[in-house]
Design a protein around this ligand. Structure first.
Ligand code: PHB
Length: 391
């Protein structure tokens, strides 16, 4: 059995865990980050791509992602498309802010490189078995090293940044799923294809055939999604069927087609853990909450949690002041529930539920029209999408 002693044990080397280790290090607080996955798996997993304005400023200014502004693409708007017409939401004109398209795995490539260069204790292939003693000031993580030998991490504080199937959550909430939960009767069929962009900005399209999102990755690779049944087998559709479905969901636009080299089905869930902190353990990111992808909030919400927890741990460990930590959950939950609402609202406004009646469909068009034809409506959407300022 090997035992390591550190100030903060961080479970999960996703954006939340790695960014937290980076911000803590700048305060002189040391941490150990462990993740069950290999570095390669972490750097290759395809996730969403939109970073809010406050997220980008933080990643850039703290040196967490040196490439976010140079390799990432600034987007000054999105298009909402319905009844065959596109309506642009102009972010800078409405809010003075923008978003950046820079896929999550690119942020992770940067963060891992930056942390390793700074000498961060970052361990891949380590499986956490349980966390213990979180009600004391010597909480511990019990884990298994890649070679099967046991590892114990003794810390002042434990952070669960270990994703939607979080193991740390069980210790914090007393049960592994304890939280507010909602499922949706649809999913996204996502593809990556080799083709030129069909549009310079993202298109969120509502159509009688269901929702589609036209996103981009580069001049030669595109990311697109269309609404599907959650039970869809991603390999059961031919490329021709996929393109027919996609084209039918963005009436009035002609998509540039090309070979599809990756496909996946993303299930939709909304989740907020009942507890975000107990004693000397706290949750950040997907371990604390999940949002459906329509509002592009997932990673951004994780970053907002980390900003709060970094300050709270700074006060606790550098000054012995617990007050910020005592307010962590309450403060984080205000933004989490705003983001839950925004993600739920965008999802419901744009997707067609299987049982939707003609009334429901026409009401939805009325809602979309209310948003795009009103400066207040467009401004609400733009403020939420580009990201509220950190607390
Ligand atoms: C993506 O590019 O993968 C993407 C963009 C916006 C979303 C979701 C996913 O809302």
């Amino acid at each position: 059995m090997s035992t390591v002693r550190t100030q903060v044990a961080i479970v999960g080397a996703g954006p939340a865990g790695l960014l937290l280790s980076h911000l803590l290090a700048a305060r002189g607080i040391e941490s150990v980050v462990v993740d069950q996955r290999t570095r390669e798996e972490i750097e290759k997993t395809i996730r969403a791509g939109i970073l809010e304005h406050p997220t980008v400023e933080l990643l850039d200014q703290t040196g967490a992602s040196p490439r976010v502004k140079t390799v990432g693409n600034r987007h000054d708007g999105i298009e909402l498309r319905f009844e065959g017409e596109g309506h642009r939401i102009d972010f800078p004109a409405l809010t003075g802010r923008s978003v950046w398209l820079f896929p999550q795995h690119e942020v992770l490539i940067d963060l891992i490189e930056v942390r390793l260069a700074a000498g961060q204790d970052l361990r891949f292939g380590v499986t956490v078995d349980r966390v213990d003693d979180i009600e004391t000031d010597r909480p511990r993580v019990f884990a298994t090293n890649p070679d099967g030998s046991p590892l114990e991490i003794e810390a002042d504080f434990i952070v669960g940044g270990d994703g939607s199937r979080s193991l740390v959550r069980a210790a914090v909430t007393g049960s592994s799923t304890g939280g507010h939960f909602r499922e949706y009767p649809f999913a996204w069929f996502g593809i990556l294809c080799e083709a030129p962009p069909s549009s310079e900005e993202l298109i969120y399209s509502n159509s009688p055939h269901g929702f589609a999102l036209i996103s981009q990755r580069s001049a030669t690779v595109q990311r697109m999604y269309f609404q599907c049944d959650p039970e869809t087998d991603p390999n059961a559709m031919s490329e021709a069927e996929i393109w027919d479905t996609l084209q039918s969901c963005v009436p009035g636009t002609t998509l540039q087609e090309g070979p599809i080299f990756q496909r996946d089905v993303l299930r939709f869930r909304s989740f907020v853990s009942y507890e975000l902190r107990r004693g000397r353990a706290a949750l950040v990111g997907d371990a604390a909450h999940t949002v459906p992808p329509t509002g592009a909030k997932g990673m951004n919400l994780a970053v907002a949690d980390v900003v709060l927890l970094d300050r709270a741990l700074g006060a606790l460990l550098n000054e012995g002041d617990e007050r910020l930590l005592d307010r962590y959950a309450e403060t984080a939950l205000k933004r989490i529930w705003k983001a839950q609402h925004f993600s739920w609202w965008m999802t419901n406004m744009l997707h067609l539920t299987p049982e939707a009646s003609e009334f429901d469909r026409r009401r939805q068009i009325g809602e979309l029209r209310s948003v795009v034809e009103s400066e207040a409506g467009r401004t609400y959407l733009a403020e939420a999408y580009t990201g509220w300022a950190f607390a």
